[in-house]
Design a protein around this ligand. Structure first.
Ligand code: 9MR
Length: 379
């Protein structure tokens, strides 16, 4: 008798556990279905994507992969196409990470962005030096740059939709940044000012004539002088017949920047030169103390950590800032072809706090729904 009772109780317990499990599964499945898809709600406006790191494209970050595959129709490699990663030594290319990224994007039918060919960061020192450690001559550095661009762009010809050809070449006041590229190739002379940039764009075009070519930089949305410098650069390239499809506004924002006015100034003045505009590295730092401006050389994971990141108040402010930015982008959608977040979810961002639309467990945040609302309100 006792035995039979116990067996019955066990059966009942199993039935309850199974039922609860089924219900939880059904609810979370329904919740998942209720989450709209970013690429669907934005499909009539612009491409939407994120920066991917190696963990995503090799399947080690399944949380990120699920978000990418559901929401994005474009991707940028966060680090794997940068000179240091792809071409670490003079005669040695490291194709594996980049090949995995391109294959992953193709498998998921995403427009693939190459980032970046010529930059002063994440470029090995040997690039600028001869065997004795002295600066290269202008001609030798130009040859080195040409070989790199031709080899990398050529390998992915017809597969990468567009390239950030030159990244972050301007100072905050719009003048050219004093990098080894400028110092050695420009040789300090006025008529050679834009020379390295011109050459980079020409060689990228030769290597893949159908690829779109972009200039990419930060704080264009907050410094009018810097934005004017980018306008001057685009006009110069165009006056020489050099093809440039778009300018990338990186848009590493904060809860207080950019202003609507600054962002509109950047979009309209860049678009007036005849190029498209893209937001290429969107994220919003949530920390409310310390530096909150647009100069990312002053930003790091430590300087953006935020113990209040998860609070309802911070999340509300974040959602409001995202809604404001998206409404400006949607207002100017005829000039904007792509918006890319710099990362996929908070846990895998290059900065701390709560900068993206998905939290550390990959769940959509209030900011996500604010973006969806902004998109749906835009006709
Ligand atoms: O997100 C990238 C991070 O993993 C690298 O350590 C860092 C090195 O400078 O670069 C980050 O990405 C940068 C991008 O390539 C260009 N614009 C600024 C981005 C954030 O620093």
């Amino acid at each position: 008798m006792r035995l039979r009772e116990r067996a019955m109780k066990t059966r009942q317990a199993i039935t309850i556990v199974t039922l609860v499990g089924f219900l939880v599964g059904a609810v979370s499945c329904m919740a998942e279905q209720d989450v709209p898809t970013l690429k669907d709600v934005l499909k009539n406006h612009f491409l939407i994507g994120g920066a991917l790191n190696g963990r995503v494209v090799t399947g080690r970050d399944s949380l990120a992969a699920a978000i990418v595959e559901k929401h994005f129709n474009t991707a940028t490699a966060e680090n794997d196409l940068k000179w240091q990663r792809i071409h670490p030594w003079p005669d040695q290319y490291n194709w594996e990470p980049a090949d995995s990224y391109v294959a992953y994007c193709e498998k998921n039918r995403m427009a693939i962005i190459g980032h970046c060919l010529v930059w002063h960061n994440q470029v090995p020192r040997w690039v600028f030096r001869d065997d004795s450690g002295n600066d290269l001559t202008r001609d030798v550095l130009l040859t080195r740059m040409k070989d790199h661009i031709t080899t990398v762009v050529g390998r992915y010809k017809g597969r990468i939709k567009g390239w950030d050809v030159v990244n972050e070449a301007l100072n905050e006041d719009g003048t050219l940044r004093n990098t080894p590229w400028l110092r050695i190739i420009g040789e300090g002379s006025e008529d050679k000012r834009y020379d390295y940039i011109e050459h980079a764009f020409r060689w990228a075009h030769e290597a893949d004539p159908n690829a779109e070519l972009y200039y990419n930089d930060y704080s264009l949305e907050s410094s009018k002088a810097k934005c004017d410098g980018a306008v001057a650069l685009v006009k110069h390239l165009k006056s020489k017949g050099i093809r440039i499809a778009a300018v990338g506004i990186q848009l590493h924002g904060s809860l207080t920047h950019p202003s609507v006015e600054g962002l509109e100034y950047a979009i309209t003045s860049l678009a007036a030169t005849g190029v498209k505009v893209m937001v290429t590295e969107l994220d919003i730092r949530t920390q409310s103390r310390g530096y909150r401006g647009a100069d990312i050389s002053r930003v790091s994971r430590a300087s953006t950590s935020d113990s209040d990141a998860a609070s309802a108040e911070t999340q509300k402010k974040l959602a409001e800032k995202y809604a404001e930015i998206l409404s400006v982008l949607l207002k100017h959608k005829k000039d904007i072809t792509r918006v890319t977040f710099w990362g996929v979810y908070d846990g895998a961002s290059w900065i701390g706090g709560s900068p993206l639309l998905f939290d550390r467990s990959g769940q959509p945040k209030e900011a996500f729904f604010a973006v969806v609302r902004a998109a749906r309100e835009s006709r």
